[in-house]
Ligand binder design. Structure first.
Ligand SMILES: NC(=O)OP(=O)(O)O
Length: 313
């Protein structure tokens, strides 16, 4: 696509970047390792962009915002920064790395742009009473017991605990029209990072302390942009039922109704595949053409319908 007139009216695809695309499969968090992981992801995304897809990127921030929150624990007023501000900081931090990697990978394209994105939530969402969103490092049981903040067991293994914070449902992306304008101009947009900065509308916009699930916000954004496809990139090529059991089976083409059945049966890991499948299901139930779960290196094949879990009506 060469000019704006050709782009106008095209339907973007929204691609949600999971933690492995930003930190590497081992979850290493040094900045050199993050730059390396993001550069690899940018190379994989470039193939889809060269193939003509208008891509809007979203991303998670659980490790990064959890680290910032830890740093804040010893900060007293008036210097303490609230969690919504920390989410905004991670949008800049991760958006910067992704933008730079994309600009280096696609030197002949329009520069990419990160949009600080607010997402409206309900101030009465019960999620504010029951923190569920895991952020930051993992802890042993003994370490978790010593923490002054709430933790929850989120996986098996030696370090199964993580800090949890409230995670209300996303209702609406505030900057959706601005993102649409940028996409129509042919700009590669990074938006709704970390699930968006949670805000409530009570006459004005006001930030609230929470971390919204990035897969859920990606679904809301994809619907608002009229995206044809929502892609969730993670570290497995497919979503599985019976994951890591003798009956493990990859889901290839699956209807939202079948996904609902699997969700009700307790399939898909809480805090990992479950929110991804929820988001995919909702996207198609609410009129989206298809939602896909796969790995970054299989993105192009998945867009061609050849691999990945393809949720379609
Ligand atoms: N905000 C969010 O969902 O981040 P992660 O995907 O990193 O948990």
């Amino acid at each position: 696509m060469d000019d704006d007139s050709q782009r106008a009216g095209t339907e973007p695809i929204v691609v949600a970047l999971g933690g492995n695309t930003l930190l590497g499969s081992q979850g290493h968090w040094t900045f050199d390792e993050q730059r390396e992981a993001v550069a690899r992801t940018a190379r994989q995304l470039a193939d889809a962009i060269h193939a003509g897809y208008d891509v809007v990127l979203t991303h998670g921030n659980g490790p990064q915002v959890g680290t910032l929150l830890l740093q804040q624990d010893n900060v007293e007023e008036p210097a303490r920064r609230p969690l919504d501000v920390l989410v905004a900081e991670t949008q800049a931090q991760i958006g910067y790395l992704v933008q730079q990697a994309l600009d280096n990978e696609l030197p002949d394209s329009t520069d990419s742009v990160t949009v600080v994105t607010q997402v409206v939530v309900d101030p009465d969402d019960p999620a504010f009473e029951t923190p569920t969103k895991p952020v930051g490092p993992f802890y042993t049981e003994a370490q978790a017991a010593e923490r002054a903040f709430e933790t929850r067991r989120v996986r098996s293994g030696d370090r199964p605990y993580r800090r949890v914070v409230p995670s209300p449902e996303p209702i609406e992306v505030v900057e959706d029209e601005e993102i649409t304008s940028l996409v129509e101009r042919g700009t590669l947009v990074v938006a709704a990072g970390g699930g968006g900065v949670p805000v409530v509308r009570d006459g004005t916009l006001r930030g609230v302390e929470a971390v919204v699930d990035k897969d859920k916000t990606s679904q809301v954004l994809a619907a608002e942009l009229g995206a044809e496809t929502l892609v969730v990139l993670t570290d497995v090529e497919f979503a599985y039922v019976g994951y890591e059991t003798a009956d493990e089976r990859p889901l290839r083409r699956v209807s939202p109704a079948a996904v609902r059945g699997h969700l009700e049966a307790g399939e898909f890991g809480e805090g990992s595949m479950r929110p991804k499948m929820e988001a995919c299901c909702r996207f198609v139930e609410r009129g989206g053409e298809r939602a896909v779960v796969t790995t970054p290196d299989r993105l192009l094949e998945a867009l061609a319908g050849e691999t990945g879990t393809q949720v379609r009506a």
